[in-house]
Design a protein around this ligand. Structure first.
Ligand code: FES
Length: 153
């Protein structure tokens, strides 16, 4: 019954996203497809609803990993319902509230930076909020994040 399924181009056009995004979502397990005998993807129409939920969740700042975690509770070809979306929105609210608080802290720290431009590792709340880079050890943490506490070649 692949005849009533959508091609990746049809899904992309109807969902308003690039075909590469559809492939990426599928790689992450957010979408599933079947393959034709010619190895072309075919999607159930329910995939459009899943893409709509993915885009809406991304729009409010959720990561694809967070969305994948939520989708893992659904069967692979399940189209999230209004009730599903309401439940997801309730579950994500604390995460969004935390993100809003983080952004408010960034905004408040920004006022300290206006007219400054120092990007000091010690005092700049935007460049190094809460001195997070210190936890990674000594050295140029942004340039060599994979290096341990001591400098290595
Ligand atoms: S740029 Fe100087 S404190 Fe942020």
């Amino acid at each position: 019954m692949l005849e009533d399924r959508l091609t990746i181009g049809e899904v992309a056009a109807r969902a308003g996203v690039a075909p590469s995004a559809i492939r990426h979502y599928e790689t992450l397990g957010l979408l599933t497809s079947e393959r034709t005998s010619g190895n072309q993807r075919r999607y159930a129409r329910t995939v459009l609803r899943r893409v709509a939920v993915i885009r809406a969740a991304q729009h409010v700042g959720l990561s694809l990993a967070e969305i994948a975690g939520a989708f893992s509770r659904f069967p692979p070809d399940h189209a999230p319902t209004k009730r599903d979306w309401a439940r997801l929105a309730r579950e994500w609210r604390p995460r969004l509230d935390a993100r809003i608080r983080e952004l408010e802290q960034v905004r408040d720290g920004l006022s300290m930076c206006v007219g400054c431009g120092c990007l000091s590792m010690r005092q700049c709340a935007i460049y190094n909020p809460g001195d997070e880079l210190a936890a990674g050890g000594a050295g140029a943490r942004r340039v060599f994040p994979q290096v341990g506490g001591s400098q290595q070649a």
